[in-house]
Design a protein around this ligand. Structure first.
Ligand code: NAP
Length: 253
């Protein structure tokens, strides 16, 4: 993809199709807007927030909103098929949809198997199912995958133990997949630290810690994360990387 996609023109993604899960808000929404602004055709997705997802799609030049639960394997296939039905190709898969309740790591009893299954269902199984469903088309298009994981998958941090383990799994999945789908498809991950999104609304203590400890003295914005997603999509050579975007927080915490 990269030869054509990195020409530097404002509409350099025109004719290319990008599927972004969980793009009704936060990081996914900004990534959808970035691709749309560069001329890409964008499949916007969410599970619950259909109205917000439709509004994101309506504001882009060429986009389709599809409501689907990425924890459901059949729905993942339906998402890929929807992109093919509309545009006949798929160039980029951004596995951004993520979930996980806030549970203190010391509260072992609250991290029930039900919670583990729900978190892994979306964050791990959904990511895998979409990669499998999309891979034939991504191979044809010589495309790429970017998984949005987390600092919590690298360091012993995060909103709960199941969430952190799910992100560790998707980091590892990124590397394992990259080994087997090259040279046609590149697979990378972006691992953000704290990002100011609807998910982290009210996480006052965490924002205070980033303001005090992180070398960048603040949490990330969705734009900070989208910058790195776009860079990875436009790279011709990077694959199997998990790129930490935490303002240096993990150097100090
Ligand atoms: N914010 C942070 O500090 C931070 C840090 C590190 C990593 N991340 C990761 O970044 C990604 C985006 O998070 P965000 O902060 O932007 O959160 P957000 O604003 O809450 O957005 C999450 C998106 O995922 C969608 N989603 C959730 N479950 C889904 C499902 N089963 N099927 C389809 N879509 C689903 C949500 O829509 P509905 O719920 O309406 O379906 C929403 O569009 C997540 O993977 C998260 O783990 C976030």
């Amino acid at each position: 993809m990269s030869g054509e996609a990195t020409s530097g023109t404002p509409d350099r993604w025109k004719g290319r199709v990008v599927l972004i899960t969980g793009s009704s808000s936060g990081i996914g929404k900004v990534v959808a807007q970035r691709f749309g602004a560069l001329g890409a055709s964008v499949l916007v997705n969410s599970f619950r927030s259909a109205e917000a997802g439709q509004a994101v799609a309506d504001a882009l030049p060429d986009a389709l909103y599809v409501q689907a639960d990425v924890a459901d394997e059949g729905e993942c296939g339906r998402l890929v098929q929807a992109a093919l039905d509309r545009w006949g190709r798929l160039d980029v898969l951004i596995n951004n949809a993520g979930t996980g309740p806030v549970i203190a790591h010391s509260d072992l009893a609250s991290a029930t198997l039900e919670v583990w299954r729900e978190v892994f269902g979306v964050n791990v199984f959904g990511t895998w199912a979409l990669c499998v469903a999309a891979m034939p088309e991504l191979t044809r298009a010589k495309g790429c995958v970017v998984n949005i994981t987390s600092l919590a998958g690298i360091r012993e941090l995060g909103s709960s133990v199941p969430y952190a383990c799910s992100k560790a799994a998707t980091n590892h999945m990124t590397e394992l997949l990259a080994k087997v789908v090259g040279p046609d498809v590149r697979v990378n991950a972006v691992a953000p630290g704290l990002v100011d999104t609807p998910r982290t609304e009210g996480w006052v203590g965490s924002f205070e810690a980033y303001g005090r400890l992180a070398p960048m003295r603040r949490a990330a914005t969705s734009d900070d994360v989208a910058d790195v997603v776009m860079f990875l999509c436009e790279s011709a050579y990077m694959t199997g990387e998990v790129v930490l975007v935490d303002g240096g927080f993990s150097l100090t915490a």
